[in-house]
Design a protein around this ligand. Structure first.
Ligand code: SF4
Length: 953
C-alpha cells in the first residue's frame, strides 16, 4: 500500500473580505483542512471559524455546475432552467451585448457585490462604453470612504486604520463584530495586553464591544450629534493641537464671508504661481498674527490666527475656517447631544476630556527625521496616541456623510492623522482631496462601439464634474453623480432594479449581476423588488428584458436569472488584490496579494474573470484586442501578467516581481513568471518604506517623491486636511446660481443648499424625518455575525451549525412594556411592511434599539437547504421592512439614501413590536414558494460527515 501524498499550498482566504493568508492541506489532491499561514502579514497564522470552514464550501450541494438558461415560458423566480454549454452561453451574451454596444451601450448595466476585482470589472464596463457600472460600495460604506477621503485623503480598513501598536486610547464607533476580522482582533489583543484603554460606542454590545473597557450605548443614526458635541468640548477646553492645525489643515485659511460675491464661502486666494496645478493650487491666505495682514499660507515666519474676523484690503470680511467650525459647534453642547443620542452629557464630557488629554499629554516622539513639503526639516515624528476606528454603523444612515466628516474633523483636531498611535494611511493612500479621477460630464461620453469617455466612478470636485445632461438630469441608471446624489463615488447599486423597472431615467436591456443577492439580503424592499424582477411592460416583455447572474451557488437571486453563469470558488481560481483596486497594504508600505488555484474547478464552472476576458475578446473591446482586432489575452492569468494601464507604462494589476526577471517592483515590464513568484512567496508582495516615509504622508516630501516615482501619486503637492470643505460649498453656490455654469433642477435646489454644508452638522436621518415616531418608536438594525459573512455561507454545513436562524434581540425593559416574554413569537412592523420572528432578550442592546443578524433568514429551498430548514421557517430578513425609496421632506420620491453620496440608509429603519397571537403559526412570515433544485446540482445528502483524515463520507 502506498502512503498518501500530502501537500500544502498557500493562497488567500475569501470566506470574508479580510484577505488572510491560508495554507490548504491536500492529501492525494483532495482537500483535507485549512489553517492560517504564519508567514502572511495580514493574519500571521490566525484563522477564524469561517476561514477553516472553507472546506465545506467545496462540498455544498448548492453548487452551480453548468451554465443555465431559463426554460422557454417559465416565469422568472421559479428557478426553472435548462442546462446549456459555455459556447451557447457566450454566443447568447456576445450577440446581445454586441447589439447593445453598437446602438446604445448604456442599456447594458454591470453591477457587482463584495468582489475583489473591481479594477477589472470597471475596465470591462468602461471599454464596453456603459456608464452603468458599480460595485457594492453604495449599499455598504460609501459614506465612510467619501466622508473621510474628502476630509483627510484616506479612509478606514483597506485604505488606513488605527495604529494600535502605539495608541493609548482606542475609540471604536459603529463597527460590526467581525469587521477587519483577524487582523483587528490580533491588534486589539496586543493593544489590551499593553494596557491600552478601549472604548466602544455602539447600540449593541457584542463582538469587539463586548471586550471593550467601556461600552457606550448610543441610539442608531445619532453618531454625528455625539461627535459634534465632543468637537464642541475639545474646542471649548482648548484641547486641540494648534500646531498641527496650522501647518497641516485648512483651519487657518481665510473664508470669504461677502454674501453678495460669487465666491461667497470659498477660500480666499492670492495669485497662483504659474507652475501650480490649478486643480490643487496652494495659494490660499492666512491672517498673519505677526504682520497683522493676509499672507499666503506657509509663508516663512508667518503664524495664522485661527480665531477672529478680519477685513481684506478690498473690504471683504473673512474668517479662518477654524473660527467657522467653532461657531458651528457652539450650540452642539453635551446636554443637547444627550437628548439626541441617549449618551449622558457627563459621559460625553468625560470622553472628550480623555481624548484631548491623552492626545496632548501622552505624546510619542519617534527619532525619525523627515522633511515636509514646504522644505522644513523635522528631527522627530510626533504622535498623539488616540486612535479611532469606524465603519458601517456610522455610514449606513442618510446623515452618514456629515457624521463621518465630524469624525474626520475630530481626529484632525486631536492631531492624529498619519501619526504614530493615531490613524495611519495604507498605500496607495493618501490621495489628493478629492482624488483626480473623474466621472464623465455629460451624455456625449456614451457613444456606440466606443469606450466610455471617462471613468464610470470618480471624485467630483465641483458641480462641473457631475454626470448630467443639459437639463441637469442623471445619465446613469442609478442616478449616480447627478444632483440627487452628487458625490456617489461608489454608485447606488441598491437603486438599479427599482430605477430600471420604473424606466427612470430610461429603460435598460441587460442587467448583469455578479456575486450579489439582490433578490434577498442585498436589497432594500426585498418583497417588492422580487416582484419588480418579474414585472412586465405593456408589450409583455420583462421591464428588465434580460438578467444575467453569475455566482457560485444557487440563491434567491439566481432564481430570477435568464442566464446563470456558474463561477468557481476562491480555492479554484486566480485572483488579485491589486494596488489598482483594494490592496492589502500595511501602514509601513504597499502590499498586494493573489489567490492561486489549489484544486481544479468542476468542469462546467468558469471564473467570472475568465468570462469577462472571453467576452471582452469576442466583443473586441479595445483594451483587450490588438491592432489587428484579435483578442490580446488568452485568459485571466494571462491578462494579469501582460496588461499595462498604458502601453509601456509598466503599471499592471500586480506590483511585485515586475520586470523581465522579476527584479522590479511597483512598476516595470511584465514578467512571465510573476504568478509563480507570488506563489513561491506566500502569495504576497510587500514593500516596506524607509522609516522617514512612513508617517505624515500627506505632507512628507520624501514620501511624495517616492509615491510619484512609484506612480501612485500624480502630483507631489501636500494634501491639506479639509476642516472646511470648499468642494461642498461649490455645490451650494451653484444652487444659488453662483458657481460655474451648472445649476440643479429647481426641485433639488433646496436639498443641495441644505445638505452641502461645508462644515459638518447634525440632522435626523431622512427616514426618521418622515416616520411617525409614536407609532414606530424603535430603531432596528442588523449586523454581520462573526461566523457568517452576509449570505456567503448559507450553504456551509459547519457554519450553519452556528447560525441556522436568527432572533430579534430586544432589551427586556422594552419587551416588558409590550408584554413580550423571552422566546415569544412577535410581529415587527415598519411603515413599509411586517415580519414575524422570535424575540430574544438581551441586556447588551440600547433599550430604544432592536437588532438581528443579517442574512440568516432564507427563502425555502434556497442554497439547497431543505424547504423546512430553520433558516426559512424560523429565520427572518429585516430587509422586508426597509424601503428603498422615501417621500422626502420636500415631497419628492427619492432613494432612501444619503443626499450627498447616495449611501443606502439601511440603519434608519423605525419599527414597533407586538406579541403575535397565540393562534398564529409559529413560523416566520412572509413565506415564499420553495425553490427547486436546478439541473446539474447535486442531490442533497442525508447528512454530511467529515473527518480531516478521510475527507467527506
Ligand atoms: S477573517 Fe476568517 S474568513 Fe476572513 S479572510 Fe481571515 S480567515 Fe478568512
Amino acid at each position: 500500500m502506498t502512503s498518501p501524498k500530502t501537500e500544502i499550498k498557500t493562497t488567500t482566504c475569501y470566506m470574508c473580505a479580510c484577505r488572510c493568508g491560508i495554507r490548504v492541506h491536500l492529501q492525494d489532491g483532495k482537500l483535507r483542512y485549512i489553517d492560517g499561514n504564519p508567514e502572511h502579514p495580514i493574519n500571521r497564522g490566525v484563522i477564524c471559524a469561517k476561514g477553516s470552514s472553507g472546506i465545506m464550501k467545496q462540498y455544498s450541494p448548492a453548487r452551480l455546475t453548468r451554465p443555465l438558461k431559463r426554460r422557454e415560458g417559465a416565469e422568472r423566480g421559479a428557478g426553472d432552467f435548462v442546462e446549456i454549454d459555455w459556447d451557447e452561453a457566450f454566443e447568447i451574451l456576445t450577440q446581445r451585448l454586441a447589439k447593445i454596444r453598437a446602438t446604445d451601450p448604456k442599456k447594458f448595466a454591470l453591477f457587482t457585490g463584495r468582489d475583489q476585482m473591481q479594477a477589472l470589472t470597471g475596465l470591462f464596463a468602461r471599454q464596453f462604453g456603459t456608464p452603468n457600472y458599480a460595485a457594492h460600495g453604495g449599499f455598504c460604506s460609501v459614506n465612510m470612504a467619501a466622508g473621510m477621503i474628502y476630509s483627510i485623503g484616506g479612509s478606514f480598513w483597506e485604505f488606513g486604520g488605527p495604529d494600535l501598536d502605539r495608541a493609548k486610547l482606542f475609540v471604536m464607533i459603529g463597527t460590526a463584530e467581525d469587521h477587519h476580522s483577524n487582523p483587528l482582533k490580533i491588534e486589539i489583543s496586543k493593544f489590551k495586553r499593553r494596557g491600552g484603554r478601549f472604548v466602544s460606542i455602539n447600540p449593541v454590545r457584542t463582538g469587539y464591544s463586548a471586550i471593550a473597557d467601556e461600552w457606550v450605548p448610543i441610539r442608531p443614526g445619532t453618531d454625528g450629534a455625539l461627535l459634534l458635541a465632543i468637537v464642541h468640548e475639545i474646542i471649548a477646553l482648548g484641547l486641540y493641537d494648534r500646531d498641527f492645525l496650522v501647518r497641516y489643515t485648512n483651519a487657518g485659511q481665510l473664508v470669504n464671508l461677502d454674501e453678495a460675491s460669487d465666491d461667497y464661502g470659498l477660500l480666499v486666494r492670492g495669485a497662483a504661481a504659474p507652475e501650480e496645478n490649478p486643480e490643487y493650487a496652494h495659494n490660499q491666505l492666512w491672517w498673519d498674527r505677526h504682520s497683522g495682514r493676509p499672507v499666503r499660507t506657509h509663508s516663512e515666519g508667518a503664524d495664522p490666527h485661527l480665531l477672529g474676523t478680519f477685513q481684506l484690503p478690498d473690504g471683504r470680511s473673512v474668517k479662518p475656517g477654524f473660527q467657522l467650525l467653532e461657531e458651528r459647534v457652539k450650540d452642539y453642547s453635551a446636554e443637547w447631544a444627550e437628548g439626541v443620542t441617549g449618551v449622558p452629557a457627563a459621559t460625553i464630557r468625560r470622553l472628550a476630556q480623555e481624548m484631548g488629554i491623552v492626545a496632548r499629554d501622552e505624546k510619542i516622539e519617534l527619532p525619525i527625521a523627515w522633511t515636509d513639503c514646504w522644505g522644513k526639516e523635522h528631527e522627530t515624528v510626533t504622535g498623539n496616541p488616540v486612535a479611532f476606528h469606524a465603519m458601517r454603523g456610522l455610514a449606513a444612515h442618510s446623515n452618514g456623510f456629515q457624521s463621518i466628516r465630524a469624525l474626520a474633523i475630530l481626529m484632525t483636531l486631536l492631531g492624529t492623522i498619519d501619526r504614530p498611535g493615531g490613524f495611519r494611511h495604507k498605500a496607495p493612500f493618501p490621495r489628493a482631496i478629492p482624488p483626480a479621477a473623474k466621472p464623465p460630464r455629460g451624455p456625449e461620453a456614451v457613444q456606440p462601439n466606443t469606450p466610455l469617455g471617462g471613468l464610470a466612478l470618480g471624485w467630483p470636485a465641483s458641480p462641473e464634474d457631475l454626470f448630467v445632461d443639459a437639463a441637469g438630469e442623471a445619465v446613469r441608471i442609478d442616478k449616480g453623480f447627478s444632483w440627487e446624489y452628487p458625490l456617489s463615488v461608489h454608485g447606488l447599486m441598491h437603486s438599479v432594479i427599482t430605477n430600471a423597472v420604473n424606466e427612470d431615467p430610461y429603460r435598460i436591456d441587460t442587467l448583469m449581476i455578479f456575486m450579489a443577492n439582490m433578490a434577498w439580503n442585498s436589497t432594500m424592499n426585498s418583497v417588492e423588488v422580487r416582484k419588480m424582477l418579474n414585472a412586465r411592460a405593456d408589450d409583455g416583455e420583462y421591464k428588465i428584458p434580460f438578467l444575467v447572474v453569475c455566482d457560485t451557488f444557487q440563491s434567491e437571486m439566481t432564481a430570477f436569472a435568464d442566464l446563470v453563469l456558474p463561477d468557481t470558488t476562491y480555492l479554484e481560481r486566480h485572483d488579485v488584490m491589486s494596488m489598482l483596486d483594494r490592496p492589502i497594504s500595511e501602514f509601513d508600505g504597499p502590499a498586494d496579494s493573489v489567490r492561486v488555484p489549489v484544486i481544479p474547478p468542476p468542469a462546467g464552472c468558469k471564473p467570472f474573470q475568465d468570462v469577462l476576458i472571453e467576452l471582452a475578446g469576442r466583443l473586441k473591446l479595445p483594451a483587450f484586442t490588438d491592432v489587428e482586432g484579435k483578442r490580446r489575452y488568452r485568459d485571466y492569468p494571462d491578462f494579469i501578467l501582460r496588461y499595462e494601464t498604458e502601453p509601456g507604462s509598466g503599471i499592471g494589476f500586480l506590483a511585485g516581481w515586475r520586470g523581465k526577471g522579476g527584479e522590479k517592483f511597483m512598476h516595470g515590464e511584465p514578467n512571465p513568471r510573476q504568478w509563480e513568484m507570488y506563489a513561491q512567496n506566500n502569495c504576497v508582495f510587500q514593500h516596506r518604506l524607509p522609516p522617514s516615509y512612513r508617517y505624515m504622508r500627506n505632507w512628507n516630501k520624501g514620501y511624495m517623491e517616492w509615491a510619484q516615482r512609484a506612480r501612485i501619486r500624480r502630483f507631489g503637492d501636500p494634501i491639506i486636511l479639509q476642516i472646511y470643505s470648499e468642494v461642498l460649498q461649490k455645490f451650494r453656490l451653484a444652487a444659488d446660481g453662483k458657481w460655474g455654469t451648472r445649476r440643479p433642477p429647481e426641485r433639488l435646489r433646496s436639498r443641495i443648499k441644505t445638505y452641502f454644508d461645508p462644515l459638518p452638522f447634525y440632522y435626523e436621518p431622512l427616514e426618521r424625518q418622515v416616520t411617525d415616531g409614536t407609532r414606530y418608536p424603535l430603531a432596528a438594525v442588523t449586523q454581520r455575525p462573526m461566523a457568517m459573512y452576509h449570505s456567503w455561507d448559507s450553504q456551509n454545513a459547519w457554519l450553519r451549525q452556528i447560525h441556522a436562524h436568527n432572533h430579534l434581540y430586544v432589551s427586556p425593559r422594552t419587551a416588558a412594556a409590550q408584554g413580550i416574554a423571552d422566546g415569544d413569537w412577535i410581529w415587527v412592523e415598519s411603515p413599509w411592511g411586517r415580519v414575524r420572528c422570535i424575540a430574544k432578550f438581551s441586556e447588551a442592546v440600547e433599550p430604544g434599539t432592536v437588532w438581528t443578524w443579517n442574512a440568516i433568514g432564507k427563502q425555502p429551498g434556497a442554497w439547497q437547504l431543505a424547504a423546512g430548514a430553520n433558516e426559512a421557517r424560523k429565520g427572518f430578513l429585516l430587509n422586508h421592512l426597509i424601503s428603498d425609496t422615501l417621500r422626502s421632506p420636500e415631497g419628492m420620491e427619492i432613494s432612501n439614501s444619503d443626499p450627498i453620496t447616495g449611501q443606502a440608509g439601511w440603519y434608519d429603519l423605525r419599527v414597533r413590536i407586538d406579541k403575535a397571537g397565540a393562534d398564529e403559526p409559529q413560523e416566520t412570515w412572509p413565506q415564499f414558494e420553495p425553490l427547486a433544485r436546478y439541473p446539474g446540482m447535486a442531490e442533497v445528502p442525508e447528512a454530511i460527515a467529515y473527518d480531516a483524515g478521510g475527507g467527506r463520507k
